[in-house]
Design a protein around this ligand. Structure first.
Ligand code: SF4
Length: 395
């Protein structure tokens, strides 16, 4: 069944580059950004247009980017640099300033490279490594204050509590709607797939945030009218897969397509480009201190080191999402040279095995040369999960 709001979102995405260009012609400024711990709220609050940049899946752009940044960086980083070298992506072409955070140090390096080679205006937000310590909050608040000062100078606007409160409300509402919509893909006979919800989340990277919120509300209402309140449930023989690991940005459909072709049903993710940034953001008041605290206390990104597995918020969140979406297997995907997630693969696998959930680790990049090998491994994994599910042994 076709969902009307999905068609509208698809059309808005096609129209967005021209809309952005005309807004810029009328004096608006666009801030392209990339990062996990970067509170987008401050960009919107200053009257700037936030656009999350970055694509995946293009070997050509990875090769192009590799001429400017070491090929020992992940393909996502290299493709991002390739986007700047290529200079045809509408969100790069229409960017007036680019903001990065230092959650992943490879992404931080991207910022330096694009500033050096392509003369783009770049600002960087420092992120503490020991994010769980009180000192980290002090440091990150100071970093955020410095970052906002640069945005204020760029926009000519001062950040007031009223402006910040308005922006926080928009993002809080977006997060609420995304979480509600996400449940619908995990019900017994869904009218929306995980892939469609994932695409909706990524549409929010570039669409006008207030218009995007209206579209989410319309989609939520459409889903509620068709299916009532969502109740997550599973068929006995289903291979319900959860995707974890490195980023899967717009344009990278390789893994998703293979899983679906092999009869796996994706029902959840904890990806940087998926659900996880929208979870657990509790901003107590419209101040930079509160914003800094909320972003440091979300689910930690894999690039932030945390040594105690019993209290690691990333693992806790992963387990609770697997349970909530009733997944019976995890595909843990790492991009070549994505050290943060590659180093965490073994510990994640060990913990989930104790939890009764098998994990398949796949190491890949954007070239098509490993498609057959990945297909074979996913096929065998799905078969194993289905047999376990039929025998009633799955978690
Ligand atoms: S976390 Fe991994 S995939 Fe993401 S930017 Fe860093 S190295 Fe690349």
């Amino acid at each position: 069944m076709a969902l009307k709001t999905l068609d509208i979102i698809a059309r808005k995405l096609v129209e967005r580059p021209a809309v952005l260009a005309s807004e810029r012609a009328a004096g608006a400024k666009v801030v392209g950004f990339q990062g996990y711990t970067l509170p987008e709220e401050v960009i919107l609050a200053l009257g700037l247009i936030p656009v999350r940049i970055g694509l995946g899946g293009s070997d050509r752009l990875v090769e192009l980017g590799g001429r400017y940044i070491s090929t020992k960086n992940c393909v996502y980083v290299r493709e991002t640099v390739g986007l700047f070298a290529d200079n045809t992506d509408p969100y790069i072409v229409n960017g007036d300033l680019f903001a990065f955070d230092a959650t992943c140090l490879q992404a931080y390096r991207t910022a330096e490279v694009i500033q050096y080679y392509f003369n783009n205006g770049v600002i960087i937000l420092g992120v503490p490594r020991n994010f769980y310590l009180p000192e980290a909050h002090t440091y990150f608040t100071a970093e955020l204050s410095n970052f906002v000062g640069k945005l204020e100078a760029f926009s000519g606007v001062t950040l007031t509590p009223e402006r910040l409160a308005d922006a926080i409300k928009v993002y809080d509402d977006i997060r609420t709607e995304i979480l509600a919509i996400y449940d619908y893909q995990a019900v017994l006979n869904p009218v929306i797939s995980w892939e469609q919800v994932y695409d909706v989340i990524q549409a929010g990277f570039v669409l006008d945030r207030r218009e995007y919120l209206d579209l989410l509300r319309a989609l939520h209402a459409e889903l509620r009218a068709l299916q009532g309140e969502p109740v997550v449930g599973r068929h006995a023989d289903e291979a319900r897969l959860f995707i974890s690991g490195s980023v899967i940005p717009p344009g990278d459909k390789k893994l998703i397509t293979i899983i679906q072709e092999q009869g796996g049903r994706i029902v959840g993710d904890d990806l940087w480009t998926g659900l996880i940034p929208h979870l657990g953001v509790v901003i107590a008041e419209p101040t930079l201190e509160a914003l800094a605290y909320a972003y440091l206390h979300r689910t930690p990104h894999g690039a932030l080191p945390y040594l105690d597995l019993e209290t690691d918020g990333r693992i806790k969140r992963l387990k609770s999402l697997i349970q909530h979406y009733q997944a019976n297997g995890v595909v843990y995907h790492t991009l070549r040279y994505c050290d943060p997630y590659t180093f965490k693969a073994k510990e994640t696998k060990d913990i989930l095995e104790k939890f009764g959930v098998p994990l398949l680790e796949l190491h890949t990049e954007y070239a098509g040369s490993d498609i057959e090998a990945i297909r074979t491994r996913i096929e065998a994994f799905i078969e194993m999960i289905k047999v376990k599910a039929e025998l009633g042994e799955a978690a």
